[in-house]
Ligand binder design. Structure first.
Ligand code: SF4
Length: 212
């Protein structure tokens, strides 16, 4: 019996070592793709990094690399993989923004299904995004949380989704929404759940690249 437990222990250690090295290899491949904008084995990297998301972040911490790198890689690769499908959707396009982009004195009302309804008062960048979205035929949703994303998917039934959020939330939402419709994501430049900012040019570019 003791031999059996010893063998089991050895197998467990071997598994941990193999898993550790595979995760490092995936991180290196992902980092290369991210930096060079040349995606290698995208589906394999996406599968592995989503599967070992927390351990990959732990490995980054161990090697003193910012753990946000894991999210950056996942978002970049997901964007690349879904870009063509996203561009060609011409109906019911949606852009989903986080409520933390609103001005602290925002007076928009929150609908229990679709989130905040911007009055375009001009106090924050959301008003500018709404104008751009009108031009490119996107409907804007400003959501207080993930549960609203699910409600929007059920009620509005978008053909495609452009999401804006902080790194970790965007990574998670893109994975969930991409199972239903083509997605693209843009990370917040400044996060922190309050008065956050996004690169407006990048958001406009994502909408502009879509078929008329
Ligand atoms: S532009 Fe819209 S979201 Fe921004 S503060 Fe005004 S009403 Fe609120």
């Amino acid at each position: 019996m003791q031999v059996f437990y010893e063998l089991l222990g050895k197998l467990f250690v071997l598994f941990i070592i193999i898993f550790f090295f595979i995760t490092i290899i995936v991180l290196v491949l992902g980092f290369y793709s991210f930096k060079r904008h040349e995606i290698i084995f995208p589906n394999f990297i996406l599968f592995m990094l989503y599967l070992f998301y927390s351990p990959a972040k732990w490995i980054c911490r161990v090697f003193c690399v910012k753990e946000q790198l894991v999210d950056e890689i996942l978002i970049e690769i997901k964007n690349a993989v879904m870009l063509e499908n996203f561009k060609h959707v011409t109906h019911r396009r949606a852009i989903i923004l986080p409520q933390c982009m609103r001005h602290p004195k925002c007076r928009a009302r929150c609908d229990p299904i679709i989130g905040y309804e911007c009055k375009q008062c001009g106090m924050c960048d959301i008003g500018k995004i709404v104008k751009e979205a009108d031009k490119y035929n996107f409907k804007v949703f400003i959501v207080p949380g993930d549960s609203f994303v699910r409600k929007i998917l059920q009620s509005y039934k978008p053909g495609s989704c452009l999401g804006v959020a902080c790194h970790a939330e965007l990574t998670e939402s893109m994975q969930a929404v991409s199972k239903i419709v083509p997605v693209q994501g843009v990370c917040l430049l400044r996060d922190g759940c309050y008065d956050t900012k996004v690169d407006l040019v990048e958001v406009s570019k994502k909408m502009e690249m879509c078929d008329k």
